[in-house]
Design a protein around this ligand. Sequence first.
Ligand code: PRP
Ligand code: URA
Length: 206
Amino acid sequence: MLNLLKHPLLTHKLTILRRKETVTRDFRETLGEIATLMAYEITRDLPLKDITVETPIGDCRTKELAMDIVLVPVLRAGLGMVDGISNLIPNARIGHIGMYRDHTTLKPITYYSKFPDNLGDAIVMVLDPMLATGGSSSDAINVLKEYGARTIKLVCIVGAPQGVERIMKDHPDVQIYLAGLDDRLNENGYIVPGLGDAGDRLFGTK
Ligand code: PRP
Ligand code: URA
């Protein structure tokens, strides 16, 4: 299912990312802030469990998060979302999956993966700012499912309708979160209007 997040601060900060004048330093900072704002919305439904803690005054029956959270950034651009989310969820464990799109076929190539144990008991958040054809996210989710992940949230920032449809078809069990849903892809597989190449803008490689 698609969840399009519409908080005014998110929309405002996404505009900063979209501007071509935004330099690497500001792009990186704003991407992190967007990730934090999205995390707040995405974690609304996290399960809690009952516990008792002792306050300086006495016992308190209260609650804490019931499940482990695992963040899995898709390299490279997903790395820009990790700090913004782990600031809110400091106990989150972090896996990595390395993928790039072949520039002619637009098919994703996986070149690295390393995940924490017991993915099946965790809520796994796949992080990638861009959902274009959906190939990279869909393959990343396939790999995570092979490693045992069962509850997966796909956290992107900008998506194209084609990518959203691809994930809903390949992974109907996965919740998709976006801050912007754009018009289409161009002939090179870039999101229009989008924000350009997220990895290059984040790391200053072009
Ligand atoms: C970008 C982006 C996604 C992918 C989206 O990565 O960060 O991972 O493209 O496109 P898709 O939905 O069509 O698969 P890219 O391949 O440019 O790699 P990079 O982050 O290392 O630059
Ligand atoms: N990857 C990006 O970084 N940007 C796009 O628009 C599409 C894929």
